[in-house]
Design a protein around this ligand. Structure first.
Ligand SMILES: Nc1ncnc2c1ncn2[C@@H]1O[C@H](COP(=O)(O)OP(=O)(O)OP(=O)(O)O)[C@@H](O)[C@H]1O
Ligand SMILES: *[C@@H]1O[C@H](CO)[C@@H](O)[C@H](O)[C@H]1NC(C)=O
Ligand SMILES: *[C@@H]1O[C@H](CO)[C@@H](O)[C@H](O)[C@H]1NC(C)=O
Ligand SMILES: *[C@@H]1O[C@H](CO)[C@@H](O)[C@H](O)[C@H]1NC(C)=O
Length: 483
């Protein structure tokens, strides 16, 4: 099958690219910051080492502050100012902890806190899902049957290990890493979009001091390799969801949000819909600047720069950073291949404009929505020869219980040839273009865009009644069929 081997070969190549990308990931971890703060060997200055950890802890808390309401803030304020040096370390840490009690993550006005510590105690079927530098993720089912993903601090993760190497303080390090999860929770409480994972609730307390876990909508990891072998319609859906997300993030209630660690593994799929699940590396607000040189964007293959606005902000930098990352991690792999021929100039235009960052997210989203409209409405099918339908004998209210199938790529079903079509006329066009096609069945199943799923076969047998189905047999094939 020559047309099968090409995509699989390309897939293997891409697998390699993705693996190497993972290793090239920017170092965004605690240690870098810590090393910036103290020069020299930390071990020979135990006091300064503790102070660095305390400073880190207080910086992290400060970073969270803007997300709290005024009353939450009052409880949380009184960061270690004043004469920290005269107090003993443990006392300081105790103070830090009592402040942390103040950041008990409150319920915001929406329903994020329906699930708390009590509910999380009743979770069943708990199983490990995955882990990263910061978090460990388990899946489980709540008593009422809701599947959830549970995130907690990954005690074996790189963030934790590096902190322990630097500070050798289990409690302090756990607290430091847990602020990343806390940041994710507050961001999820404030951001609301169909392409951001839902926060069902969280628990902060438990046996371990400062222990925190979050219960999120459950998804499945985004498998790029699998997506590369999926129909264009599904790949387009992922790209569209991403651009809708970026449009929201560019104008979010918190200001423009940039995803600093932008990779496929920060996303999951929920029923085929892309959702952002890892938010601990989000930056809120465009960076401030003094000159244009402060507003550079650097990528391995391209550099960009934006002007520094008169009020000292790199306006639109977060939005551009996200858009270029969407291009280099998603569009290049998912968008152009197997797009319907009449839509190809439009996808190419998106590729061109995002590769050069010529347009903004709004313009890109408009281009995507236009493609969706043309695709859904069938307008992309110019000059469809409707007369082709005449070549088929329709048996409505019937389906084929047997028959011979053939395979095509990319098919919605592995064993046969199931493709999405706009209409019976398009299905007839697809079938007539292949000599092995003897007809097709439509059974009312639709794709996410509302298009029909048609199952193409080389031959039919055992027609049985089925009100939801219709069989269309090609006349040449139908003539030989024993009715
Ligand atoms: N809502 C979810 N449903 C199912 N699996 C999930 C969910 N959220 C995360 N995961 C899985 O758990 C893994 C780790 O989660 P997450 O990315 O939040 O941790 P992390 O430590 O921040 O990772 P990284 O080092 O990539 O930044 C993800 O790669 C993903 O496969
Ligand atoms: C981007 O800028 C950096 C730093 O100025 C430079 O080292 C690098 O060569 C540039 N890369 C490209 C592709 O222009
Ligand atoms: C995209 O860029 C390529 C190369 O520069 C060019 O040949 C092509 O015409 C462009 N396509 C569109 C639709 O702008
Ligand atoms: C882009 O779209 C957002 C949300 O739809 C809107 O608030 C904003 O004004 C638009 N920006 C531009 C430059 O058109």
């Amino acid at each position: 099958m020559p047309n099968l081997s090409i995509p699989l070969c390309a897939t293997a190549l891409l697998a390699l690219i993705f693996t190497s990308v993972t290793f090239l990931k920017e170092d965004r971890h605690l240690r870098v910051k810590v090393r910036d703060l103290v020069s020299g060997n930390l071990d020979s200055y135990p006091d300064s080492r503790r102070n660095v950890l305390l400073k880190e802890l207080s910086d992290r808390r400060r970073e969270l502050l803007p997300y709290f309401t005024a009353s939450e803030k009052d409880a949380f304020m009184g960061l270690p100012g004043g004469d920290v040096h005269r107090r003993s370390f443990s006392k300081k840490l105790a103070v830090a902890r009592s402040e942390e009690n103040g950041i008990h993550l409150g319920a915001s006005n929406t329903n994020h806190n329906k699930i708390g510590c009590k509910e999380l105690g009743y979770i069943k079927n708990v199983a490990f899902v995955g882990s990263g530098y910061t978090k460990a993720v388990f899946q489980g089912v709540l008593p009422e049957g809701l599947p959830v993903a549970l995130k907690s601090v990954n005690e074996q993760g790189t963030d934790m290990k590096r902190c322990l190497e630097d500070f050798d303080d289990m409690k302090g390090c756990y607290e430091l890493v847990s602020y990343k999860l806390m940041k994710e929770i507050v961001l999820l409480q404030r951001l609301d979009h169909p392409n951001i994972i839902k926060l069902h609730g969280h628990c902060q307390s438990g046996e371990r001091e400062g222990s925190i876990s979050a219960a999120l909508e459950h998804g499945s990891p985004l498998q790029m390799i699998q997506l590369l072998q999926s129909p264009w319609e599904d790949r387009f859906r992922v790209c569209l969801g991403l651009v809708r997300l970026l449009s929201y993030l560019a104008h979010s209630p918190l200001g423009p949000v940039a995803l600093l660690d932008f990779q496929p593994r920060q996303f999951v799929l929920v029923n085929g819909e892309l959702k952002l699940t890892d938010l601990d590396d989000a930056a809120v607000g465009d960076p401030t600047c003094q000159t244009d040189s402060d507003c550079g964007l650097q990528f391995p293959l391209r550099n960009f720069s934006l002007p520094c606005s008169s009020d000292g902000v790199c306006q639109g930098l977060n939005e551009r950073r996200n858009l270029y990352n969407a291009y280099r991690y998603f569009f290049t792999y998912l968008l152009p291949h197997q797009a319907p021929p009449t839509l190809r100039p439009l996808t190419e235009q998106i590729m061109n404009s995002t590769a050069e960052l010529n347009g903004d997210v709004n313009g890109t989203l408009a281009a995507f929505e236009n493609i969706l409209h043309l695709y859904k409405s069938g307008l992309y099918l110019e000059n469809l020869p409707s007369a082709l339908v005449e070549d088929y004998v329709a048996s409505r209210g019937m389906r084929s219980a047997g028959g011979e199938s053939y395979r095509c790529w990319p098919s919605y079903q592995h064993q046969g040839c199931v493709l999405s079509v706009h209409s019976i006329a398009e299905a007839a066009l697809v079938c007539s273009a292949r000599s092995e096609c003897g007809g097709f069945t439509i059974n009312g199943q639709r794709t996410w865009t509302g298009r029909l799923l048609a199952s193409f076969k080389s031959g039919f047998s055992d027609l049985v009644p089925d009100v939801n189905s219709a069989v269309y047999m090609r006349r040449a094939a139908a003539s030989g069929f024993p009715l």
